[in-house]
Design a protein around this ligand. Structure first.
Ligand code: SF4
Ligand code: MSK
Length: 630
């Protein structure tokens, strides 16, 4: 069993020996069994869109089949495959948002779902032209939720949130026909266009993908973030801990994994109920220890400080500790392998969403109508399972790091305010941030996001790029599994300022923030769009003028493809540490990494070496600064 990808993570690597003893199969075993990757698929050259295929195009010109049976070229096949990834990624984020809007529509001050951030609700109501005078908050929330739900299927008009972008960006989107219409429409239209016999032009396919991706970033994702904050509270800075060492020997351990806070918030409430805690004590435990993973882990740590057990690649390792009473999941990024793995231990693998049933799991459907009762039933299952734990199989790595989390845009601005409000009249703006960038104290800002991928050494690319950037006075904001890598590496502590250049260190000290800021889950990349847009607006510029970048060092999901595409289409250069499956088309690759810049002022860079990648980012930031004359 080769676990080279864990070279960077000795904590996790220590558990892989245990897997052998326990006869448990892990992702790296499956990777080895897979042997070499399919060369056609790897280059995006395999098409199975119709039953005349699958058609595989030779990557070598003049050798082997150069077109599919229908005549589709490598350019067409690669671009269609890419487009389908964007459509799937956009669907995942947006369907998540629809669920939040649905529970907001059910909100009731006496029910399970209540509006938590009334100020944010009123601000959004104002932005969307909803009357607020003399109305109950629930009433306003229902109207705002209905408007949000209509963003998915409205027959006319474009996404409401695009008006938050800087003026020049909005103008560019209009001119290029990139303004996203209803979210469902963009996804359906894109899928339609990839059907056999539709789009046979890679340029057009990419442009349609770009428009659809904006329906994710400035549509589904932004709706998801805004409405989650309204319903469950806008995150504020708080402390937590991260890594497998947060699993407790004498507690009922519950791993919360997946994405949607409309579910995870209710699990948090259920686990805090005195009757649940009493029940845990009755079965001999000291209490209930809820720990998070992937984006659900981010949602609950940002709002409640729930400890982080790990990121994407650690989901199996959490079970492998033998101390996990239940893994409770909803949607996205959940290995079906957890069903088989749980059988090696006493762990109950509980699926809850009709959108993500998994064979071999225990399925307990979550009901929004009876949300708290529903999650109490699930938590009870975990508590009852404590007695079944086989103590001879327990091995919890004693590793965890402290972290500060909860940096929503509002929280970042509040911190900045604290510094400037004693001697200026600048309140509630990002001006202090743009000032330090303009003054050169910070050279730029990077949003580092995304997953883990066994094609690279886990967490190494995330952490290496973060360290290189903060060392060079680039502030880092992060979401998703990248954020959890940073938390585990201790980069979200005040002490991490010692790893920074002089400028960033001073900013951290004066503002009281760590150099790497946890901004939330994958849908919360919309927070990054928001803050970048605010800086551009404050300077009267476009996003593409700023020394800011997006980076996905270890991405793997279709959501990441949608994200990368909307970030670039929003004018922000994006660096991918895992090369996407597009190299089979020179033309399509050239568009992504080069000519797309002529259209939107930003481009993709594929660079698998994290040190080289960090240098490319720094060079690009200096180029942008030169252009700005700062
Ligand atoms: Fe082959 Fe064309 Fe069908 Fe794709 S759509 S499988 S290239 S015939
Ligand atoms: S959870 S999409 S592995 S970041 Fe959002 Fe992590 Fe990537 Fe899933």
């Amino acid at each position: 069993m080769s676990h080279e990808v864990l070279e960077f993570d000795v904590v996790s690597a220590s558990l892989t020996e245990k897997a052998k003893t326990d006869g448990a199969e892990l992702i790296w075993d499956r990777q080895q069994a897979m042997k070499a990757k399919c060369g056609f698929g790897d280059k995006g050259l395999c098409c199975r869109i119709c039953a005349m295929g699958p058609c595989r195009i030779s990557p070598v010109e003049g050798k082997g089949a150069q077109r599919g049976l229908c005549g589709a070229t490598a350019d067409v096949i690669v671009s269609r495959n890419f487009a389908r990834m964007v459509a799937a990624g956009t669907s995942a984020h947006s369907d998540h948002a629809r669920e939040i809007a649905t529970v907001m529509h059910m909100s009731n001050k006496d029910g399970n779902y209540k509006v938590k951030d009334v100020g944010k609700l009123l601000n959004l109501a104002k932005e969307w032209g909803v009357e607020t005078e003399g109305r109950e908050n629930d009433d306003i929330a229902h109207e705002v939720a209905e408007i949000a739900l209509n963003e998915f299927g409205k027959p006319f008009g474009t996404q409401r949130f695009i008006t938050r972008a800087p003026e020049p960006r909005q103008k560019l989107w209009k001119e290029k026909n990139f303004e996203p219409r209803a979210i469902d429409r963009e996804v359906v239209t894109l899928m339609h266009s990839t059907h056999i016999g539709c789009t046979g032009d890679a340029d057009s396919m990419l442009e349609m993908s770009m428009r659809t991706s904006l329906a994710d970033g400035w549509g589904g994702s932004m709706i998801g973030t805004e409405l989650s904050d309204i319903m469950f509270g806008t995150p504020t800075a708080r402390g937590t801990e991260a890594n497998l060492g947060v699993i407790e020997e004498n507690m009922v351990n519950i791993l919360l994994h997946g994405h949607n806070p409309s579910f995870s918030e209710m699990v948090v409430l259920a686990a805090e109920e005195p009757e649940m805690i009493a029940m845990a004590k009755e079965v001999g435990a000291d209490g209930i220890n809820l720990v998070g993973m992937c984006c659900t882990g981010n949602e609950v740590t940002m709002r409640h400080g729930v400890k982080i057990a790990g990121n994407f690649y650690q989901q199996e390792l959490a079970v492998l500790t033998g101390a996990m009473e239940a893994v409770i999941v909803d949607v996205q990024c959940i290995f079906p392998a957890l069903a088989r793995l749980s059988d090696c231990y006493h762990t109950k693998f509980i699926t809850t969403s009709p959108k993500a049933k998994i064979t071999g799991s225990t399925y307990i459907e979550f009901s929004e109508e009876h949300a708290l009762e529903s999650t109490k039933t699930i938590v009870r299952e975990a508590i009852m399972n404590y007695a079944n734990r086989d103590r001879s199989k327990v091995l919890i790595p004693q590793a965890k790091s402290k972290a500060l989390v909860g940096y929503s845009v509002e929280t970042v601005i509040q911190h900045l305010d604290k510094v400037v409000n004693s001697h200026t009249d600048v309140f509630n703006t990002v001006k202090p941030l743009s000032d330090v960038i303009w003054a050169g104290v910070l050279r730029g800002a990077a949003g580092i996001v995304g997953c883990n991928n066994p094609q690279v050494k886990h967490d190494k690319s995330h952490v290496t790029i973060m360290k290189e950037l903060i060392k060079n006075d680039v502030i880092v904001v992060t979401t998703g599994c990248a954020a959890q890598a940073a938390a585990k590496a201790g980069l979200m502590t005040m002490e991490a300022k010692e790893l920074c250049g002089r400028g960033l260190k001073e900013v951290c000290e004066r503002v009281g923030i760590p150099p790497v800021l946890h901004m939330g889950s994958c849908v919360d990349i919309s927070r990054i769009l928001d803050i970048v847009g605010r800086v551009a607006i404050e300077r009267g510029l476009d996003n593409s003028d700023l020394p800011v970048v997006g980076v996905a060092p270890e991405w793997m999901s279709e959501k990441a493809v949608a994200i990368g595409t909307y970030v670039v289409t929003s004018g922000i250069d994006t660096y991918l540490g895992v090369t996407p499956q597009v190299l089979g088309s020179e033309h399509f690759t050239d568009m992504l990494t080069n000519t797309i810049e002529e259209k939107v002022g930003a481009r993709f860079t594929f660079e698998e070496d994290p040190v080289v990648c960090a240098q490319l980012i720094l060079d690009r930031m200096e180029e942008k600064r030169d252009r700005l004359g700062i």
